[in-house]
Write a protein that binds this ligand. Structure first.
Ligand SMILES: NC(=O)c1ccc[n+]([C@@H]2O[C@H](COP(=O)([O-])OP(=O)(O)OC[C@H]3O[C@@H](n4cnc5c(N)ncnc54)[C@H](OP(=O)(O)O)[C@@H]3O)[C@@H](O)[C@H]2O)c1
Length: 267
């Protein structure tokens, strides 16, 4: 006999970056699990289409458009969704972008944009829900980092650093939030089949996960209140071994790993 999951029907989950990839898969999985879900991203047409496909009642699913780098706009979007769905109990800060770090054409605007979305965007997301969660003494903050946080990948320095910032930010938050009755989890996936990766990566990467597999894994980490979840283990193991190498050997061996390229969808 299958035991009904009682955890998700009691949750109101807000997800940033919900218009495609992992965020969209999270929304679909969580609606199927009975959670209330609020979707946040910039592209209204994409969010409307997801809402239509989900065909759930308006008191279960809603969307609001916001750019996570715009603190006021994001706070308004969260307020609007909470009015429609109820107080947020789980906030998944998933919005993120990837740009290469090209040392021969080092463009500060491009590199800063990665931090603005991947780090400041997460800080803005936390700021939008934390006062309410603190008052209610209930809430779970979740950030989507990456296995790229484990090691400084070649030509991906800013992306690796932005995702590493989330790991340490959430490690600290988990300690600071505990006395307030709040939780913090950071998840760190390897390659996931979403528009952020290139067709070449899609075809060549071993241990590529589907967005649905990643979503299920992330939801399990939240349910189990994991501090951090690196997955899949195969990619984690390779990165862990690289991280243990002396710096000279690391430099020589990591140079053979293909650089992560920018997909056309990146903005
Ligand atoms: N796919 C992978 O291999 C992989 C691996 C590890 C970690 N991750 C992380 O997983 C997260 C989701 O990425 P994905 O793979 O699902 O890629 P994706 O399909 O490109 O999704 C990225 C999402 O972020 C949103 N977004 C980007 N910039 C935004 C901004 N300024 N404000 C609001 N929303 C913004 C996009 O929506 P709009 O364009 O509509 O705003 C989109 O919904 C990212 O943080 C990524 O770094 C991905």
């Amino acid at each position: 006999m299958r035991v009904k999951n009682l955890f998700w029907p009691a949750q109101c989950v807000l997800i940033t970056g919900a218009s495609s990839g992992i965020g969209k898969a999270l929304a679909e999985h969580l609606v199927a699990q009975g959670a209330k879900v609020g979707l946040i991203a910039r592209r209204q047409a994409a969010l409307e289409q997801i809402l239509a496909d989900l065909s759930a009642p308006p008191n279960q699913v809603a969307y609001a458009c916001a750019d996570v780098t715009d603190q006021d706009a994001l706070a308004k979007a969260v307020q609007q969704l909470e009015q429609q769905l109820g107080s947020c109990t789980v906030m998944i800060a998933n919005a993120g972008i990837y740009h290469k770090t090209d040392v021969l054409h080092f463009d500060a605007a491009v590199q800063n944009a990665v931090f603005a979305t991947n780090v400041q965007g997460v800080i803005n997301t936390i700021a939008a829900v934390l006062p309410g969660m603190t008052l209610r003494k209930q809430g779970h903050l979740v950030a989507v980092s990456s296995i790229a946080a484990m090691i400084g990948l070649p030509a991906a320095g800013t992306y690796s650093a932005s995702k590493a910032a989330l790991v340490t930010l959430f490690q600290s938050l988990r300690v600071d939030l505990h006395p307030l009755g709040l939780k913090a989890t950071v998840v760190a996936p390897g390659f996931v089949d979403t528009p952020i990766i290139t067709d070449e990566e899609r075809a060549s990467v071993k241990d590529l996960l589907s967005a649905e597999q990643a979503a299920i894994r992330i939801c399990t980490a939240i349910e189990r209140d994991r501090a951090i979840d690196w997955f899949p283990w195969q990619t984690w193991l390779v990165c862990r071994l690289f991280s243990l190498l002396p710096s000279g050997l690391y430099r020589r061996l990591i140079a053979h790993v293909p650089e992560m390229e920018e997909a056309n969808s990146n903005q």
